[in-house]
Design a protein around this ligand. Sequence first.
Ligand code: SAM
Length: 562
Amino acid sequence: MSRFKNRPAATTAAAEKPENRRPTSADRSAYFARREAAKVLRAVLQGDAKRRAVGSIKSLVYSPSVRNKRGTFALVCETLKYLSIIKEVLGSANVLNSKWKRQGELIYIVTYDILFGQAASLVGDAEKFLLQRKDALQSALAQLLVRKGMKDIKDLTACQKFPGLYAQYTLMMKETNFVWHLEEFIRFSCRTAVLRFLRGHCDVGCLISIVDISKPRYVRVNTLKLDLKSALQELGKQNKVHEDDMVPDLLVLPPGVDLHNHPLVLNGSVFMQGKASSMAAAALQPEPGWEVLDACAAPGNKTVHLAALTHGKGKILACELHKERVQRLKETITLAGAANVEVLNEDFLNLNPKHTSYSKVRAILLDPSCSGSGTSAVRLDHLLPSHGAGNDDAGINRLIKLQAFQKKALAHALSFPAVERLVYSTCSVHQIENEDVIKSVLPLALSLGFQLATPFPLWARRGLPVVEGSEHLLRTDPAEDKEGFFIALFVRKSTIAENRPERRPSTTTTTSEALCSEKSSISFVKKKQRDKYKLHLYCPSAKLSRMWLHPRYVARRRATRM
Ligand SMILES: C[S@@+](CC[C@H](N)C(=O)[O-])C[C@H]1O[C@@H](n2cnc3c(N)ncnc32)[C@H](O)[C@@H]1O
């Protein structure tokens, strides 16, 4: 605030200029919103450059340190949307000296505001500096439009984010007499079968994020703090809410409901966790009193879900390699009131399975670092500069590196002597991080007495048919289910015969069938796995999974097995 304290009152003609007048409270809050946005933008861009984000755009904005969440979120997203244009404009206008270059993120935010936003209330040094160069910025923007052959800025952003779609749009406008706004065209395209047709041509992440608005919101009730009935009652006061038919303690709310500031969210009674993400710990089904190891734990959503599933009894060991993420993990645990969690700031691969500390670990949840391709749309990754770098060499090399870790971690998890149940999950849609990982460790798993079991047998979308036993694997589709997740459940043979009581959601009877039932669903995987390595990037498509369930395919699979 000191920045504004000693400004003289506006008395001269010059003081009438917007940049010289006395700052109002709106000016001040815009000033601080731009600084908060710059801080978030810096974390987002640094994480994106290193491909190791501290958090998604949403989670960074909704952290407690950001005061003006709505304003900051809008500024960060809008600046990211225009970032490549802003960089080009700043480059060709050549207005920055080294001092301002060091404050790149603030400069991007302010440039956004000057060129595309609400330039009315621009106070502050960076703002003053850029306002004095507004003409140069505007003329650089005009030149950019001419160079690209575009009429206005909307066309330029659409063209950069939806290149294939934009090409079709211009073709349609040229060849027909139909007059349509680009935005309308994009919406129409997403809502119809054109989406599938377009998959090969345009950025599916962007399209999904538009389709996203029609999907329901999920919250998981943290039963350590609140029972399901009270949560239903409380949330039902303002929204239509009902229980999910498959995942216990999960509630479904209408699309677009914003619960970020709801008291139940703020006090940790409910967690804004998607259905697919909630399926992982639910598939593990740990018993109260068990010792459970969450091998790659931060930010801790699944850790505290495990704590709730064990009713706070027994012990959850939450292992996390990165120090900066351990802090986040601890905050989640405190928020959830999960008293039976012990945090280990360790490399999971360095934990010695033979050590007495782990001799009682009966279940492991392995949710390792992955490409995040299944949740990129929800996380707004399509706004990031690195988006789209998945099919180039760098992208593929990254996937190969991730896969190497995922295989090692899964093999390591299987080696804990007392483990009976193990879930491997990713939020990736790529076969290389999912079925291929399972395929490569399956011989080891079988030799240690594990088998693949079927989590949520009533769930339709299963694994891609590239590994024996893929019908046990579970996939969710980013377009159909909002998030693209993958879950594999391993169960040690000796424990299958045990009469394990099935846990069911408390209030509904229909959901009981939806829970795991290993006795009926375990199948022996007889065939020796071939180690032939095939790189296959999965294109999100519910069609593939449906195809796998099609009777013609089922018959063909049976025939080839005989
Ligand atoms: C996909 S995230 C886990 C998300 C978490 N299960 C949740 O639901 O909140 C993967 C985590 O594993 C951590 N990690 C990566 N390598 C690791 C290792 N070798 N040992 C332990 N943790 C690791 C990453 O830092 C990251 O926090």
